[in-house]
Design a protein around this ligand. Sequence first.
Ligand SMILES: O=C(CO)[C@H](O)[C@H](O)COP(=O)(O)O
Length: 325
Amino acid sequence: MASADTIVPARFLVTVSHLIATIMAYSTKDGNIRTALPLLSTDSYAAYNSSMVAALALTWICFATEFAGLFSGRTMFSTPSNALLIAAHTAGTVVLCMFITEGWHYLAYWYIFLFCRLTMPVAKIAPSMLSSDFAFLATEAQRMVKLGADYLHMDVMVRLLCWCSWSDCHLMVSNPGQWVDDFAKAGASLFTFHIEATADAPGLIDRIHAAGMKAGISVKPKTSIEAILHVADKVDMVLVMTVEPGFGGQKMMPDCLDKVRELRAKYPDLDIEVDGGIDVSNIEQAAQAGANVIVAGTGIFGHPAPGEAIEILRGAVTKAQIAAA
Ligand SMILES: O=C(CO)[C@H](O)[C@H](O)COP(=O)(O)O
């Protein structure tokens, strides 16, 4: 395994090469746009130019985010993530050089960009606030975000107010539809309900989306995955419970991971979340089954170094994704 002394500078250098290639693509974009235009025609030049500039602007936003993660140390020490990014940036630099030198159609840039962004459902770690110190909830939330959490997982058994824009709200209530507007107003970004709690899942998903939130659907351990397949294309995430919902600190039920395997085989790009009894000792099983969004309460808050636990969970997911690719 490469050490941080070599892999971190290697990642930095290939990322910079990729960035330079995108800057070159900006300065030579005229050739790619003209390839897309009929001979001697200048109609549509402005529209194609704006489209290409938009794609490049999105790329640079992604670079800014990545450099922020790298320099803040948040994504610096995960070897599987570093290896994946080195491979992605190397491939991106090579394809972009061909795009420039061979004068490919400008739309190819969009395809390259979208392929790079969408091919893999990235690892997301969601500390379950159920295991935090409720007397200092806001401080606990800030601590988790500083330590690298991608979401804060909020279990809702009675009404709860979300105060931040990256709350992953898991509603373990009957009639979840009655709370859609309240959660949207409170700033929830992801509203996950149980298939067992509604008779009209497609309608509820539409309402969640219309309220400006992502929609997730959850299955309890005894519910088969077939129960949600009719809406798997409509939702942004499927949550497979690996314990009976209710409280933290339970033991993960490995049988539930068969549902994750089945779902991942059918939906390679879907966000699949697991929740219940996940920690650094069993994350490899969940990651190898295909889970990429990891909820952990006791596994993070009860770990002597919660930031390290978050990175181990993220690293295991990324490593399993590389192995499966
Ligand atoms: O949904 C939940 C309980 O119903 C919790 O999110 C879950 O149990 C997380 O806690 P832990 O990681 O300690 O098991």
